[in-house]
Design a protein around this ligand. Structure first.
Ligand SMILES: *[C@@H]1O[C@H](CO)[C@@H](O)[C@H](O)[C@H]1NC(C)=O
Ligand SMILES: *[C@@H]1O[C@H](CO)[C@@H](O)[C@H](O)[C@H]1NC(C)=O
Ligand SMILES: *[C@@H]1O[C@H](CO)[C@@H](O)[C@H](O)[C@H]1NC(C)=O
Length: 465
């Protein structure tokens, strides 16, 4: 009996695992959904979108697909649709028994991969990734249970044979889970490739539309700094283990911006000269000018503005990721400036889509970047928004605001797979001044950031060979 109980516990645990893994909840509360309508009605129907304000039905143009075929529809979570049977052209009558035209309705839910099947009774069968995962998990368990039951019947109370049947049951579920997970991963990779394809078109649209506002938050939080005792509002715009995007109000003060600008001023020139571009200050697709500012930590206790700011950056990173990040060995703070040269500029200052660290979905490489904090000091009149095209997140700069984004899962150390790719949209009018800190994981005083190469290999170790 003990064997039974242990094995059953193991099976239940596995089932929970398969369920959780296959139906990993999408924390991303984006409201757009691509839904599928499957036609098994056997008759002609029309689909109406129900206007939530007026409750009027708006006829949708949908392809006339055959029985058993489906077609996609772009929609939003919470939208309602009505399916109305259309009378046959020849008779003017509907196909139901009493020849009255039938109708049904459905609402778009938050799930991914939603399919609404309209059957011949005009009932809707709903399936999404979660339902599918549940069905899959329950199927695996059913099949395995059948096998075990047969074996147990044959064991006839023999302890060794009973044990064997139970081991078999566990293994059966394990194998089933593993293959389902592999399929789920392929599916995710496929979705990611489609998402990225769509993102490319979105990028141009979002950056060009200078009126675009900041994406509404999934959630609003407050962060209290132990250092300055201030409470700041935080908007969570994207929230996945490996990819987080937060906007923090009043992160950088006017004085801190000025201190950074003053420290950057003499170095900005050096940066352009060292650029090797023969005195031209602007490159075409990249930031205009930048200067690294070393933090004088010994002045922190005397109220040095730059040290205080930098401390706040690490405090916030630790608040979110809880990785005990320290200042030792981290990169310098960076002052970056973009200049607008008018709406007709064909090569405006911008930063085309890129990831700050690795965004390949692989494991983090020691000593490389895993989070960024961008702080807006000077806001341009037109342009200069920050756009995360793969996450469908857009940030309209606001004076003093900080944008924090992390691209490593603090638990598994797996990197983001593209959601934190971002761009600095073209700056057309005015000036954009930002302060950026790239935060690394695995650096310390003995192993500073510049002692690693981009593969996360210590340069000293490379030289040993
Ligand atoms: C659904 O299938 C039926 C039967 O094949 C067909 O007559 C009808 O036009 C289809 N309806 C739609 C909206 O595609
Ligand atoms: C976006 O804009 C760039 C430059 O204006 C252009 O080269 C590119 O083809 C555009 N991409 C799409 C998908 O429209
Ligand atoms: C930009 O170009 C348009 C059309 O070529 C012209 O009418 C306008 O005056 C220009 N604006 C500026 C600021 O140069």
């Amino acid at each position: 009996m003990k064997v039974w109980r242990q094995s059953c516990a193991a099976v239940v645990l596995l089932c929970l695992c398969v369920y959780n893994a296959l139906a990993a909840p999408t924390t991303n509360k984006q409201t757009e959904r691509k839904i599928n309508i499957l036609n098994e009605s056997g008759s002609k129907f029309a689909i109406y979108w129900i206007n939530p304000q007026t409750r009027e039905g708006v006829l949708m143009t949908v392809p006339d697909v055959m029985h058993g075929a489906s077609f996609p529809l772009n929609s939003f979570v919470g939208h309602e649709f009505e399916v109305r049977e259309v009378p046959a052209a020849s008779t003017g009558l509907c196909k139901s028994e009493d020849q009255v035209c039938r109708s049904t309705s459905f609402e778009v839910s938050p799930g991914d991969e939603q399919t609404f099947t309209i059957n011949k009774h005009y009932e809707i069968k709903f399936v999404d990734d979660k339902v599918k995962a549940e069905e899959q998990a329950s199927q695996i368990v059913q099949d395995c249970k059948m096998r075990a039951t047969t074996k147990l019947a044959g064991a006839a109370g023999d302890a060794a044979k009973t044990q064997e049947a139970m081991d078999d049951l566990v293994e059966c579920v394990e194998v089933g889970v593993a293959s389902s997970l592999a399929k789920a991963n392929e599916e995710l990779a496929f979705q990611a490739s489609i998402r990225k394809g769509m993102a490319e078109q979105m990028e141009n649209y979002t950056c060009v539309d200078l009126e675009t506002d900041t994406t509404p938050p999934l959630e609003t939080k407050r962060w209290r700094s132990e250092k300055d005792k201030k409470v700041r509002n935080v908007q969570i715009l994207f929230n996945r283990p490996s990819s987080k995007i937060h906007v923090i109000d009043n992160f950088i003060s006017q004085e801190e911006c000025e201190a950074m600008a003053a420290a950057a001023e003499p170095r900005l020139h050096q940066a352009t000269v060292a650029d090797g571009k023969g005195g031209s200050h602007f490159s075409e697709h990249r930031k205009a000018m930048q200067a690294g500012i070393r933090v004088h930590w010994e002045k922190e206790k005397n109220g040095d503005k730059i040290a205080q700011l930098s401390r706040r950056v690490y405090d916030y990173a630790n608040f979110v990721l809880d990785l005990g990040i320290e200042e030792h060995g981290q990169e310098d703070l960076m002052s970056i400036q973009y200049f607008g040269r008018g709406m007709n500029d064909t090569a405006p200052d911008r930063y085309t889509p890129h990831c700050d660290g690795d965004c390949d979905g692989l494991e983090h490489k020691d000593g490389t970047r895993m989070a960024t904090l961008v702080m807006y000091c000077t806001i341009p009149e037109f342009g200069g928004h920050t756009n995360f095209r793969n996450a469908n997140v857009h940030v309209k700069p606001k004076q003093g605001t900080g944008v924090f984004f992390s691209y490593m899962d603090p638990d598994s150390k797996v990197m983001d797979n593209g959601f934190t790719e971002h761009s600095g949209c073209p700056v057309y009018e005015g000036e954009k001044k930002i302060v950026t800190q790239w935060i690394r994981y695995g650096v310390d005083a003995e192993n500073p950031w510049d002692s690693f190469n981009t593969l996360g290999v210590k340069l000293s170790e490379v030289e040993d060979y």
